[in-house]
Ligand binder design. Structure first.
Ligand code: 3PG
Length: 214
């Protein structure tokens, strides 16, 4: 899928769940629970040994779910994730090597950028969307709005401390492309197979985000 189409999907869905899969068997039911709640894309983080297999399983077994890889720290992981089927790459910070490789291979990538210098580096490589992480510690929506006043052609995916209580204040701003976070599918809910809770939280979050945008 073209990287522009993935960014459009991110905006349309409004929420990119950050998913930590500890047991590969949990990947498909988690994806289905998110989908049921109106979330048709997910970021499976490279923080666990089974991340690659989890991505492959969701890609092959859950039609309609767009799966990407998160917590990509280097080029080796980026290549592994894409080989497993990841359709987009999210990183906590900015790696020129990872971004260049994704751009050259037409893979959507959202690196973490919280300073003007990092945003300029991403922009120079042709990106128009960056992750803002950890949003709660780097000034939240106030900081993003200030940066957006300067970088008018950039949009932001805030993650880190974003949750049901504060998503509306992020979602209301046009510089926010979508919200990211683990709050709709916590490790605990995945581990304990609380898939109905995941669906419920997904639905509530998507509703809040779309209500805040109008
Ligand atoms: C991320 O990788 O973006 C963060 O772990 C998400 O932060 P959260 O768990 O506070 O939502």
């Amino acid at each position: 899928m073209e990287s522009d189409i993935i960014l459009q999907r991110m905006e349309k869905t409004g929420l990119v769940p950050v998913v930590v899969i500890e047991n590969v068997e949990d990947a498909v039911p988690t994806a289905k629970a998110l989908l049921e709640g109106g979330i048709d894309m997910m970021e499976i983080t490279f923080r666990t040994a089974c991340a690659k297999d989890a991505i492959a399983k969701v890609k092959n077994e859950v039609p309609g779910m767009l799966v990407g890889a998160g917590t990509i720290l280097d080029i080796r992981q980026a290549k592994e994730a894409v080989s497993a089927g990841a359709e987009f790459i999210v990183s906590p910070g900015f790696s020129e090597e990872v971004v260049r490789w994704c751009v050259e291979n037409k893979i959507a990538t959202v690196p973490g950028c919280v300073t003007p210098t990092e945003i300029m580096a991403a922009r120079a490589l042709g990106l128009s969307v960056v992750k803002f992480f950890p949003a709660n510690l780097f000034g939240g929506i106030k900081a993003i709005k200030t940066l957006s006043g300067v970088f008018r052609d950039m949009r932001f995916l805030p993650t880190g401390g974003v949750n049901l209580d504060n998503i509306s204040e992020f979602a209301a701003e046009s510089c926010i492309v979508a919200i990211g976070g683990s709050f709709v599918c916590t490790s605990k809910d995945i581990r304990e197979h609380n898939f109905e809770t995941i669906t419920k939280l997904s639905r509530e979050s998507v509703e809040k985000i779309h209500a805040a945008r109008v």
